[in-house]
Design a protein around this ligand. Structure first.
Ligand code: OAD
Length: 228
């Protein structure tokens, strides 16, 4: 089976009703990213950060995966698929994908500040000041700006081994996700699905200018006719 690595961003969940971060209607128009999504923001006002992620987690419970998530899961019938996602939602899991790497953490988990204890809390709120059984303060299990990305090495290995690389719904503004494509072999085809602009990347890409659901339908056809 050919190996396909997907890199997904907020755009793939947009049609499920979750706002993207940048652009019109983006979350970072309403919130200061450094206040709610950076390690400095956590030290400055942890209560605000806990509340921000509680709201995201509550919203997650009310939305569903869309056709784009489902098609990626369906492609496992024909390909060895790994999804590297910047998204902290669980819509790839709920659509049935079996190999998912969350580069930026997961909304349905919390952890201690030293990351030694990671706890699944589902969709419930984290109480500000809540501690684990050892008395350690709990925080959202999110990789914030100013923190290292623990899954980066694993992600690079996946990209290096991919026969096909597909980027869906990310502005490629945030490192290291933005340069993962550079670890593909020079002969590896790269597809990029986005309804707006083609982000600048220094490799030849096949640009499918469409929303994720429409773009994934087109890509599925292409994969089944040209890559089996
Ligand atoms: P962005 O909000 O930066 O980019 C979303 C991308 O999705 C843009 O290129 C849009 O054109 C595209 N888009 C919008 N609607 C779409 C649709 N229906 N189908 C497909 N694409 C669509 O989101 P990310 O690139 O994911 O990190 O952002 C990366 C990281 O920045 C996030 O993981 C988050 C954020 O700060 C942290 O908070 C740590």
């Amino acid at each position: 089976m050919k190996k396909i690595a997907f890199l997904t961003g907020a755009g793939i969940s947009e049609e499920s009703g979750i706002a993207t971060f940048r652009g019109s209607g983006g979350l970072w128009n309403d919130y200061d990213v450094m206040e709610v999504a950076s390690i400095d923001g956590w030290y400055k006002n942890p209560e605000l950060v806990v509340q921000f992620y509680n709201e995201r987690r509550q919203q997650l419970e009310s939305v569903e995966p869309n056709e784009a998530h489902y098609i990626i899961a369906e492609l496992e019938q024909w390909f060895d698929i790994v999804v590297i996602t910047q998204n902290v939602d669980n819509l790839h899991e709920r659509a049935g994908s079996s190999q998912i790497l969350h580069l930026h953490g997961e909304l349905t988990k919390v952890c201690t500040e030293d990351h030694t204890n990671i706890i699944d809390i589902g969709y419930r709120n984290l109480r500000y000041g809540e501690k684990d059984k050892q008395g350690k303060l709990l925080r959202p299990f999110i990789v914030w700006f100013g923190e290292s990305v623990p899954k980066l090495v694993e992600a690079i290995e996946i990209v290096e081994q991919a026969d096909i690389f597909v980027i869906v719904g990310t502005s490629l503004n945030v490192q290291p996700a933005s340069y993962l494509y550079s670890y593909t072999d020079n002969s590896t085809p790269i597809f990029l699905i986005d309804p707006h602009h083609l982000p600048t990347i220094s490799r030849k890409v096949e640009f499918i200018q469409a929303k994720a659901t429409e773009g994934m339908k087109q890509l599925k056809e292409q994969l089944l006719t040209s890559f089996l």
